[in-house]
Design a protein around this ligand. Structure first.
Ligand SMILES: Cc1cc2nc3c(=O)[nH]c(=O)nc-3n(C[C@H](O)[C@H](O)[C@H](O)COP(=O)(O)OP(=O)(O)OC[C@H]3O[C@@H](n4cnc5c(N)ncnc54)[C@H](O)[C@@H]3O)c2cc1C
Length: 494
């Protein structure tokens, strides 16, 4: 039987970050991935029909520096694309990194909002930096923790205090607000508020009027590094992380599904593969989502029934579908959104509340050359009637094309090779339980001390030697590497 210091389940970007970090620290690391390719949700099947590479991804700068990822081919500073809101009257609102040009675009709708834009961006940058500090802070187990464990929390409180009284209150107040309420405090233009609020519902089972969508907005702003999506850099991110991990000595095996985490004397002792092979290790890190980890990869015996119940009730409830296509005609470049008004977005969400696919969906379209990558909401995993099958897929595709045609006239006849990934595909192909790309909703009752489970936000689990390192833990959700980095740090600290 082989033996390693650390086994990591899954080869998504968080696992690869953790693997490279731990291997660099001298640990003997084995990464086991069930799919034939590394990259997890960042990578499709690696063939011409690949859908995933157009989605977003910035690794946090400290991860790029620590792992020296530029030496492994990573562009250190990809730029977030412009966010272009397509409007029914053919006007476009363009939000870019250039505050002057953005203010000019906003002025089409409101001179007062254009004047406020620079202040708003300054606040968002400060608030995003505070959120990033929160994500880097190890969370102690409540209610009892030692003064040493409490020190990082005190440091975080000081950083938030350092925002200044006004911004500190604005930051704390923002988190539980709805995106609409938060933006109503700043702006008057509905078109502007809707474009910004779309980030608040991205991948979330929330409407723009739901509590917590302002937090989601800030989270997206942080991990995108701006308003739009950086285009097509995910294969580069994955390739650089894989090369770094291997160069530091980590071993990566694909087509190696873990059936179970083995537990001996109440401690994780290794894994049993679906092939029957058993591999032992001092520690096991899982990047499978928390629900999958605790309910499928671990037998219930070592877990407290209350903890099992808490794992069962983690809210996944995916509402995202993704589509890919080519256009025979040139496309505007950037991140295009169909989010014309706050009411439009709220109505799109209303459908999901009743288990229906939005007839008028919120779309985010990332373009790369003549390729389109389309993010569709709301397509609930749990449909009230029927299931995800050929008919519902056809409906999803037709609603997408019809909506696109309303906002990009004449595109319909030029669309080729349309393909779709339904929420069920997200589960079956990418192991995302209930099709939730974030491994657990980024909801108010599932963040900070409560992600993934109240009392277990520190990457540690009730099973000694078993850690979580994927998006479902504190700091995770989207492509940033934060969860993998935090897990590696927690392991090394131990
Ligand atoms: C098509 C698509 C588009 C997306 N677009 C965006 C976007 O634009 N913006 C954004 O922020 N996020 C997006 N996401 C979500 C984002 O990619 C994920 O949040 C993120 O990649 C999760 O990273 P991770 O490393 O934590 O986990 P994952 O990437 O999910 O990796 C987990 C890995 O574990 C493996 N695994 C699971 N169980 C086992 C097992 N038993 N044995 C071995 N291996 C196992 C899985 O196969 C997978 O490779 C998208 C996701 C998809 C699928």
């Amino acid at each position: 039987m082989n033996s390693f210091d650390i086994i990591i389940i899954g080869a998504g970007h968080n696992s690869l970050t953790a693997a490279a970090w731990l291997a660099k620290a001298g640990k003997k690391v084995l990464v086991l991935e069930k799919r034939a390719v590394v990259g997890g949700s960042c990578i499709g099947n690696g063939d011409a029909s690949d859908l995933a590479p157009f989605s977003s991804g910035f690794l946090r700068p400290d991860i790029i520096r620590h792992l020296g990822l530029t030496k492994f081919g990573l562009n250190p500073a990809p730029v977030a694309a412009n966010l272009i809101s397509l409007l029914p009257d053919s006007r476009q609102l363009v939000l870019s990194a250039d505050p002057v040009k953005t203010a000019e675009s906003i002025a089409q709708f409101s001179a007062a909002d254009a004047a406020k834009w620079p202040d708003f961006v300054r606040f968002m940058d400060k608030a995003a930096a505070a959120l990033e500090s929160a994500y880097a802070t190890p969370i102690p187990r409540l209610p009892k923790f030692s003064p040493v464990e409490g020190l990082p929390l005190a440091q975080l409180a000081l950083k938030i205090r350092g925002l200044g009284a006004r911004n500190m209150y604005a930051f704390i107040r923002l988190l539980p607000m709805s995106a609409k309420e938060f933006l109503d405090d700043w702006f008057e233009s509905d078109a502007l508020k809707a474009a910004l609020a779309s980030l608040g519902i991205y991948n979330a089972n929330l409407g723009v009027m739901s509590a917590g969508s302002a937090y989601n907005l800030l989270h997206q702003y942080l991990i995108r590094g701006g308003w739009g999506q950086p285009t097509g850099n995910l294969p580069q991110v994955i390739a650089a992380l894989e090369s770094a991990a291997k160069s530091f000595g980590a071993e990566i095996r694909t087509s190696a599904e873990v059936a179970r985490v083995t537990v001996e004397n109440e401690r994780a002792s290794g894994v049993l593969l679906a092939s029957g092979e058993q591999i032992s290790a001092g520690l096991v890190l899982s990047s499978a989502d928390p629900k999958r980890t605790f309910l499928s990869l671990v037998t219930p015996e070592p877990l407290d029934p209350e903890f099992v119940w808490a794992a069962q009730t983690i809210k996944m409830r995916g509402v995202t579908a993704v589509l890919g296509a080519q256009s025979a005609a040139p496309l505007p470049s950037g991140t295009l959104i169909v989010a014309p008004s706050l009411n439009y977005l709220e109505r799109a969400y209303d459908a999901a509340k009743y288990g229906q696919i939005s007839e008028k969906p919120y779309l985010e379209i990332t373009t790369a050359g003549n390729a389109l990558f389309i993010h569709f909401q709301f397509a609930p995993y749990f449909l009230k009637t029927g299931s995800w099958n050929a008919d519902t897929r056809a409906k999803l595709e037709s609603l997408t094309v019809e909506t696109l045609e309303s906002y990009l006239p004449n595109l319909k006849s030029k669309i080729q090779n349309l393909q779709s990934i339904t929420p069920l595909d997200l589960e079956t192909t990418f192991s995302l339980t209930e099709g939730d790309p974030h491994h657990g909703q980024l909801a108010l009752d599932q963040f900070f001390f409560m992600r993934p489970i109240p009392g277990y936000a520190s990457q540690k689990t009730p099973i000694a030697g078993l850690y979580l390192c994927g998006s479902g833990v504190h700091g995770g959700g989207g492509v940033s590497g934060i969860a993998g980095r935090n897990a590696a740090r927690a392991v090394l600290k131990k």
